[in-house]
Each structure stands twice: as structure tokens, then as C-alpha cells.
Write a protein that binds this ligand. Structure first.
Ligand SMILES: NC(=O)c1ccc[n+]([C@@H]2O[C@H](COP(=O)([O-])OP(=O)(O)OC[C@H]3O[C@@H](n4cnc5c(N)ncnc54)[C@H](O)[C@@H]3O)[C@@H](O)[C@H]2O)c1
Length: 282
């Protein structure tokens, strides 16, 4: 299927990055949010990122104008009627995603593909909210989407071969490497990553080691670009907690359970880099 325009729902950390990636690769891109304030914040995030590209010489003035010309920010989900491919990047909570997919299913054409950027939720639970479960798929981008070279494509038990092919083709058009995972909580990457992150929080919480020693240990000892506590701040502690919760529900394995400190930090509004404070201050 020829994908002419893409719709992005949710312009937080991930949605704003995914929108930028689509427009940078020449695709007409519509973006919507939960409200006008959040929409303006999402637009500012994209503008700031393009500005960084301009300053560092990665983008010319013409590039920035061309990219901006392909982006439309709208408060109306109804404007997505023309989109051939939608990517949902809203809060990591199943009821919110289900409600959105029910609505979206009635707005876009019956041929359109509906993708979710969920980190860990079952794709089939989202797909069954629509009348097109064969055209629903997971497209798990990584943070920050304009920089990270991977999309984990997640095929549910009902996703068609054609949907998988079209999604792979779009991902390649966006310049990303594609890996295909099964619809099991956490897919490939988070299934391996989340127990590592929860263990790091428990080490810190128990007083076993300091924040800086934990992070430095994994940076210098294992060659990770950042330590686990800093990575949690970049993911967003609320998002990390929701992912832990859904994996714990899926596997009933305590490795995935959100540690109490993570819950308390989220309650306090310490959400990591996006709120200015997490394990570190920004
Ligand atoms: N943060 C990460 O590192 C990361 C990486 C990969 C995937 N994800 C996944 O991407 C999704 C978004 O995560 P994020 O980090 O961008 O979160 P975020 O909190 O930065 O952004 C979520 C955005 O969705 C908006 N939103 C909520 N409900 C909405 C609705 N009904 N309609 C439109 N907009 C709505 C919110 O206003 C917010 O701006 C989640 O499913 C998350 O698990 C996150």
C-alpha cells in the first residue's frame, strides 16, 4: 500500500520524535494531542529539535522549512480521516489506548493501518477494540526517535502479512532497522531491559550502592552509553512504572514488579528528565 500521510496521536517524548522522523523523511504528517496546551508543547518539542539540527549543521534552513511544511498540528482527531497509517503514542495505559483505537477506527479509511508505540501492552487487546484487527500492529520506536535507529515491529495473532509488509516498508522508508517480535509483554527489548532497570532501582533503594556508582559501573564496566538510573530518567519514571505494571501482570514474576521507590517518585511528580527531576536533577 502506498502511504501518503501519517497521523501521530500523542506528541509527548515519543510522539513528537516520531512525527519529526516522518516529516524529515518527506511524509506528510498530522499530529494531535489530548488538548491544545499539550499540542502546543508537542509542537515546541519538534521545533526545538529541528533548531538543534539547524545549529549543529545537520539541517539546512531549507530542510527545516520543508519539514515544517509537511507537519500539521491539529486538535481534531477527525482530521486524521485522510491518514493511511496512524501511530499512537499516548500514555502507556490500556484503557486509554482502547478508547482511542475505537474512535480512530471510525475516523480513518478501512484500509488504513493503526499502529501503537506501546512498550509492553498486548497488541491484540488494542486491536480487538477495532473492526480491523488484521490492520493493527505494534511499532515500538526508541527514545529519542530521531536518533535511535530501531523499530521493533510487533505482530499480534491477528495481524495480516500485508500489514506487516507495509509497516516494514514504512519503517525502512524512515531509515530505521526493523526487528520483528511476537505479541508477548515487553516484546524483545523491554523483556530484557526492564528486569535490569528494576534491579538497579532495588540496589539503590536498599543502600547497597550509590546512584553514581551504579550508573558508572554499567557505563564503564559494560560499555553502556548511560547507566540504568539515568536511562530511567530519560524513559520517564511514569512510563517505566506503567511498563513494569503491565509486565508484572503478564508474567507474575517479581523481577518486573515496580519497586516501591519508583512508585513514590512517580507520586511525587519526579518523572525524570521531562519533569526536571528524577534520580538526577535537570
Ligand atoms: N519514553 C520512552 O522511552 C518510550 C520508548 C518507547 C515507547 N514508549 C511508549 O510511547 C508511548 C508514549 O510515551 P511517552 O514517553 O511519549 O509519554 P509522554 O508522557 O511523554 O507523552 C504522552 C502524551 O500523550 C498525550 N495523551 C494522553 N492521552 C491522550 C489522548 N487520548 N489523545 C491524545 N494524546 C494523549 C499526553 O498529553 C502526553 O503528551 C507510551 O505507550 C510508551 O510506553 C515510550
Amino acid at each position: 500500500m502506498e502511504i501518503g500521510s501519517v497521523g501521530i496521536i500523542g506528541a509527548g517524548l515519543m510522539g513528537s520524535g516520531i512525527a519529526e522522523v516522518c516529516a524529515r523523511n518527506g511524509i506528510r504528517t498530522l499530529v494531535t494531542e489530548a488538548g491544545t496546551e499539550q499540542l502546543a508543547a508537542g509542537q515546541r518539542r519538534v521545533t526545538a529539535s529541528l533548531e538543534r539540527g539547524r545549529k549543529t549543521g545537520k539541517l539546512s534552513d531549507e530542510d527545516v522549512d520543508r519539514i515544517n511544511g509537511l507537519l500539521t498540528f491539529t486538535p481534531r482527531l477527525e482530521d486524521f480521516a485522510e491518514c493511511d497509517f496512524c501511530v499512537e503514542a499516548i500514555v502507556e495505559q490500556l484503557p486509554a489506548k482502547v478508547t482511542l483505537f475505537e474512535r480512530l477506527d471510525h475516523i480513518v479509511s478501512e484500509k488504513a493501518i493503526l499502529a501503537t508505540n506501546t512498550s509492553a501492552l498486548p497488541i491484540i487487546e488494542i486491536a480487538r477494540a477495532t473492526r480491523r484487527p488484521d490492520r493493527v500492529i505494534g511499532t515500538h520506536f526508541f527514545n529519542p526517535a530521531p536518533v535511535m535507529n530501531l523499530i521493533e515491529v510487533v505482530r499480534s495473532i491477528a495481524t495480516s502479512d500485508e500489514t506487516l509488509q507495509d509497516t516494514r516498508a514504512l519503517g525502512e522508508r524512515l531509515g530505521k532497522r526493523i526487528i520483528v517480535a511476537q505479541d508477548r509483554g515487553g516484546f524483545i527489548v523491554n523483556l530484557l531491559l526492564i528486569p535490569f532497570l528494576t534491579h538497579a532501582i532495588r540496589l539503590y533503594e536498599s543502600g547497597f550502592a550509590t546512584r553514581d556508582d551504579i550508573d558508572e559501573g554499567m557505563r564503564l564496566g559494560c560499555g553502556h552509553p548511560m547507566g540504568p538510573l539515568q536511562l530511567l530518567d530519560y524513559i520517564g519514571l511514569d512510563t517505566a512504572m506503567f511498563v513494569c505494571e503491565s509486565l508484572y501482570e503478564e508474567y507474575a514474576n517479581s523481577d518486573f514488579a515496580p519497586p516501591p521507590l519508583l512508585r513514590r517518585m512517580v507520586s511525587a511528580g519526579y518523572l525524570g528528565k521531562k519533569s526536571g527531576r528524577g534520580f538526577y536533577e535537570y
